[in-house]
Design a protein around this ligand. Sequence first.
Ligand SMILES: [Mn+2]
Length: 296
Amino acid sequence: MAGWVMIGVPSSAGAHHAGQERAPAALRAAGLVDRLRVAGVAISDAGDLPVTPFAVDHDHPGARNVAAVVTVARQAAAAVASQLEAGRLPLVVGGDCTITLGVIAGFRRHHPDVGLVYADGDADLSTPDSGGSGIFDSTGVAHLLGHGAAELAGLDGPPPLLQPSRLAIVGSDPRETSDAERRFLAQAGVSFQEAPAVIEDPSGAAQRALAAVTPASGPVVVHFDVDMIDSGDLPLGNFPHYGSGVRLQHAVTLLRALTAHPSFAGLVLTEVNPTHDTDGSQINRYVNAIIEVLAR
Ligand SMILES: [Mn+2]
């Protein structure tokens, strides 16, 4: 076993504003890699992909910065595929949530049956034509399932990037999902557990998500958007979720259970915006939490 490798994806191309492109450097400076090693986790550092900050895009109000989002996803896919080739376990540190599309595309090159547990404050089902912000951050799941912008959904050949039966969404804020979206997920056969299920029993929520995606034999990637956590507890998310009730410790228990599964094959960390943390104290709590998740 060659151990873990950190791949930094310093991009806010798909975000509402700049800031997340600083997360890989901020997390490294807070000791993410060094302190994982001290905790006994074998990890190397592959450095960062090119910095791709948010840019104002007046020309594509329904699909802002789509070209940059696709480029970053392609870069992430290539980096992940190459580290898998070397037998390493990717710790992909974003960056906004659209990087997970690239991570799945990279896994597919070695494992077409890859599965995904998507721990996120949102179900991310918006598309460029749904009349919203045109920001891609909230569209990741729609694109994974083959909807939305063709160049993103078709990142790795004919869509979908992921079969609905290989996806489990967990921890989303019920205030952010419509009944129509819940029906869509149920009809598609996507496992969907919202924040109250995580608050009540984070280990049980993890086991149910794993049970949904592990009947197939492929590896399972875990996506963790920090905005699953109530911003009243940890205000690091690029876009706030005050009042969801999910505490940092709920997320740690959930993620520890997910990453302990024999099929677990990689972790994606998204949406940390270091500009929201004036003194580094919240980044430090986040790094402590990730160490608690990964140290065995
Ligand atoms: Mn997200």
